[in-house]
Design a protein around this ligand. Structure first.
Ligand code: FMN
Length: 216
């Protein structure tokens, strides 16, 4: 299936059924994580059949039920860590969606993860994973003029990139990013101000690049 279709199908899902993730899907996700960790020097970890992390007050407060699988986004502390984990975390989310698995980025409303966080490393966010009770619903979007320097006759590739960017999950659906297309076709992209905007920016960047068909 086309990647844009997969992005359109993805919505945050917070309630999960008891269906376990199949062995082949686990192997594929494990391999992708290993590949990303090797290439980027990250320490992303995935846990299956582990219900404790989302069996906390915070998780219930956040309306999460039945979460038994999650990805812990961990890496060495650096100013770029949030953005990098956003980018590769969303790569994993869309791969999971391709496998028919639902997900939700969770920065706040989770309990203690089983992740091995070593000296100098930081756990930035979790991603809940599994078979959803529902497929979720589409989020509200800001108008194009609020997320880019929108004018008439913009190139198709840029508009496709922005369409994909608007499909990206952001914390509290804040969509604080802004993309400026410059006359020389270069792009000035900004994450905006607020909580988790750098993490959001990595996620949005991954979407934009797929939509636009070019690297930022
Ligand atoms: C970085 C990040 C952190 C998030 N943290 C939480 C969270 O702690 N609890 C929660 O219920 N949802 C969380 N979300 C999910 C967002 O609320 C959700 O992605 C947003 O409302 C857009 O909806 P959608 O994912 O269905 O498109 C988070 C999303 C992102 C990208």
């Amino acid at each position: 299936m086309e990647m844009l279709e997969i992005m359109k199908q993805r919505h945050s899902v917070r309630q999960y059924t008891d269906t376990a993730i199949e062995p082949q899907k686990r192997t594929a996700l494990n391999n992708l994580i290993e590949e990303i960790n090797g290439e980027m020097g990250l320490h992303i970890q995935i846990f299956y059949d582990e219900p404790k992390c989302f069996d906390s007050m915070m998780a219930h407060y956040g309306k999460f039920t039945g979460v038994k699988n999650y990805i812990a986004l961990v890496g060495k502390k650096s100013p770029k860590l949030d953005e990098i984990l956003g980018y590769y975390g969303e790569k994993l989310v869309l791969k999971a969606q391709e496998f028919g698995l639902n997900s939700c980025w969770v920065a706040m409303t989770h309990g203690r993860s089983k992740a091995d966080v070593r000296k100098g490393e930081k756990q930035i966010c979790l991603i809940a994973l599994g078979y959803g009770v529902t497929q979720g619903v589409a989020h509200k979007n800001k108008p194009l003029q609020e997320v880019c320097n929108h004018t008439a006759n913009m190139p198709e590739w840029f508009l496709n990139g922005m369409e994909a960017a608007l499909l990206a999950p952001t914390a509290m659906n804040q969509q604080k990013f802004f993309f400026e297309l410059l006359p020389d076709s270069k792009i000035n992209a900004d994450c905006g101000k607020g909580f988790y905007t750098k993490l959001d920016f990595g996620i949005v960047k991954y979407h934009f690049e797929i939509g636009a068909g070019r690297k930022l």
